[in-house]
Design a protein around this ligand. Structure first.
Ligand SMILES: [Zn+2]
Length: 95
């Protein structure tokens, strides 16, 4: 058994030690990355798009995100390796 506290490491996005998801991101950065994936039309990577929107509504979602948060990337502009990281870490939580 691993103590959950020991498994908390620095967030890949902001470098703060917070509870992380399976991509190594804290909730705040995960939300930013989610919006970045929507900006990039990388729908498969966006939980928001995947779980809450129909493919036909993806463009509407993207327009909404850009209207609300702007067109500039929030996370991947400075963290180009986030997606690579995700690939390398696959299966870490799998049973
Ligand atoms: Zn973070």
């Amino acid at each position: 058994m691993v103590d959950p506290v020991d498994s908390i490491s620095a967030c890949a996005g902001c470098d703060l030690r917070r509870p992380l998801d399976d991509m190594g991101l804290c909730a705040e950065c995960a939300a930013k990355l989610d919006r970045d994936m929507i900006r990039e039309r990388a729908w498969d990577y966006s939980a928001t798009a995947f779980f809450h929107y129909d493919p036909k509504d993806y463009e509407t979602l993207r327009e909404k995100v850009i209207a609300e948060y702007g067109a500039a990337y929030e996370l991947i502009a400075s963290q180009k390796d986030v997606r690579k990281r995700r690939k390398g870490k696959k299966g870490s939580r799998k049973q």
